[in-house]
Each structure stands twice: as C-alpha cells, then as structure tokens.
Design a binder for this molecule. Sequence first.
Ligand SMILES: Nc1ncnc2c1ncn2[C@@H]1O[C@H](COP(=O)(O)OP(=O)(O)OP(=O)(O)O)[C@@H](O)[C@H]1O
Length: 389
Amino acid sequence: MYLRSLHLRHFRNYSDQGIQFGSPKTILVGDNAQGKTNLLEAVELLATLRSRRASRDRELVSHDSPQAQIAATIERLGVAHELVVDLRSSGRRTLKVNGQPLRRQAEFLGQVNAVLFSSLDLDLVRGGPESRRNWLDGVLIQLEPIYTGLLEHYRKVLKQRNALLKAQRDPAGHSLTDSSTEMAFWNGELATAGSRIMRRRARLVQRLDPLADHWHRAISGGQETLTLSYHPQVPLPDPQATAEVVQAQFLQEIQAKAAAELALGSSLVGPHRDDVEMSINQTAARAYGSQGQQRTLVLALKLAELQLIEQVIGEPPLLLLDDVLAELDLHRQNQLLDAIQTRVQTLVTTTHLGSFDARWLSAAQIVQVHGGQLSPHKAGFSSLQQGSD
Ligand SMILES: Nc1ncnc2c1ncn2[C@@H]1O[C@H](COP(=O)(O)OP(=O)(O)OP(=O)(O)O)[C@@H](O)[C@H]1O
C-alpha cells in the first residue's frame, strides 16, 4: 500500500497541515518537540486506531479545539481510497472511507497497515510483559481486524469477573454460595473469550519466530540465534490446539488458582497476564543483551513483523521509524535498507541528517518540521500543501 497524502487538522500541535508523499522514503527532520512523532502517531492511528502514547483522544486533540481530524489518501492494489478519522475530546470517533461513515472499527482497520519502530520498542526487550502483549495485539489487529472486538469483549468480561471476585471478598457483598453460579458463568465467558486471544497470539508467535530468527542472524553476521516463545498463564499443548482443548485447560487453571484469586480479588488466569520470551543464543535477551544486541533484536522483530504483514496482506505495510535510524550503525542501516529497498514506503524522523547513510538521503523527500508546520527542507525536494478547508 502507498500513503499518498495526509492532512491533519487540530491534531496535537498541527492546526492545519497537509503533506503529499512523493517518494517511497520521507525524512521528517526537526528539533525536539516540533511535531515529528505526532505525524507518525497520526499514521499509526490510521493503521490500528490506537496510539501507544495516548490513552484518551483528549490528548490527541489540540488543546484549543474540541475536535481533530486525520484525513489521508491511500492506494491499495492500485485503487485510491479516502480515509477520515474525526477525533473528539469527548472520546467519540467518526470513521469514514470514501465519504461513507462506518459503524464498526473493524471495517476501518485493515485499510492502512504499518509497522512502527520507535525508541519505545526497546521496552520489548527491557520492559514488562505488557509491552510485549501490546506488540502482539497491534500486529494481530492489522492481520485480522475483528481481533479488536475480541480484545474489547475480553476486557469487559475480565472487568465483570474481577468485580465479582472483589464482591466475594467483601463481607457486605455477595456471599460465596449466592455468586457461585454467577462465577461459573463468568469463568466460562473468560475461558471462551480468553482462548480466542491466546490461540491467535500463540499462532502469531509461532509464525514470527523463524522470521525474526532469520533477520537476527543476518544482522548479527550469523553469530546469534533468536528464539521467541509464547508464555501464556494456561499451559497450551501446542499453538494449533483446538478452541475446546484451550478452553478446558483454561477452566482447569482457574480451578487451580481459585483460592489465590479470591484472596487477591482479581483474575490470575488469562491472556491479560501473557508474556513472550525472547532469547539470544538460548539466554534470556533481557539478561544477556548489550544495548547493541537489544537494538539488533528489536530491528529483527520489526522486520519479521513487516514480512509477516506483507505475506498475509499481499502488499508491504508502511514502515514508520521514529528517531531510531540514526541510532543504528551504518551496517544495520544498510541491512534495513536492503530489506525494504524501494518496495516499502518509509517515513523516518530525525533531529539531524548527519548520521544518515548517503543511500538513505539520496532518494528521500526531506521535510522540515517546526512548531507543527511542515516545509520543504533545503537539502531535499518535497511537495507540501498548506491546509485549506
Ligand atoms: N494535544 C496537543 N495540543 C497541542 N500541542 C500538543 C498536543 N500534544 C502534544 N503537543 C505538542 O507537540 C509537541 C511534541 O511533538 P512530538 O512528540 O511530535 O515531538 P518530536 O518532534 O517528535 O520531538 P522529539 O524528537 O523530542 O521526539 C510538543 O510541543 C507538545 O507540546
């Protein structure tokens, strides 16, 4: 797919700015806090309807406006589509494709596919399990848009079950006998909803593992192997296990942890506690990895993600590199360049052009970002349009 143009209105620090992407590579250059990441965040929203930096739409809307708009023209399999996301401080969103309002998020998801690589991704190695779960979910949403509904449903069930567990602990709340039928119901709901997520995550990790290993070996010059393995709370016989088998295991595990759950007043079993283990040469990457190895690992994960999305969707996704390229040495920059060539449209942010390999600079559209304004950079060509309503 190709992102032809993007127009931001009252989004973060952009009041009204448009950009047309005239080259497969765009470099956004500017000082800190000028709006480079904000622009990539808008593209991330088009792909996943989520932002890693904002938990509420209020944060995405300019401080002086009640609503924001992200409008884009994309080309998929040679056909142009107009996408519009209206965001409101109140949280209500309107999604449109080719002028038609959509009722469901899943109908919008899948229009844009993107792989985002930012310094936050180092958390995939160093951080807690939540960042790894979010990563898997972000990929799954793009591969299978209905996954967003499965996640939402699971969250609701989990919330209800946790409320019930808390009430059971509370002497003024339900008695154990009164709620045991209700608890059995929520156990079943949790097992059904949770198994759907776990089976998808398990299959995803199984598919990403050989791809990530391939890239990690290539970037490390054949010195290191990388292994990814899925670690759910419920022991899975294998990633291809049927839904019934996973649900039965899930319910067994709930029984085993029943006393502990009651004591804590929260659910201890389910995909909300999943993790993915990452090992370099059979040693946990977190313990082993130098900064350089961790960067290699994350780059390998991102290239694996890109390759898998391309295999499944049939077209390469966009690659968004937020302030990470200059951090890679020239060898890794070139590995990346060889992997993506001109097939993959890439948007790169940086504070300085100096550390870029000449191969990156030569064919790129270079755009200056300053105080939420986009303008052609003197070192490159660019076609920009000032916003007009
Ligand atoms: N809702 C908002 N309304 C107005 N301005 C905002 C809003 N959210 C963020 N900003 C502004 O956007 C700017 C941050 O931009 P951004 O995160 O894109 O930085 P950047 O150019 O990528 O810089 P860095 O290199 O530091 O990452 C800050 O000036 C911040 O005040």
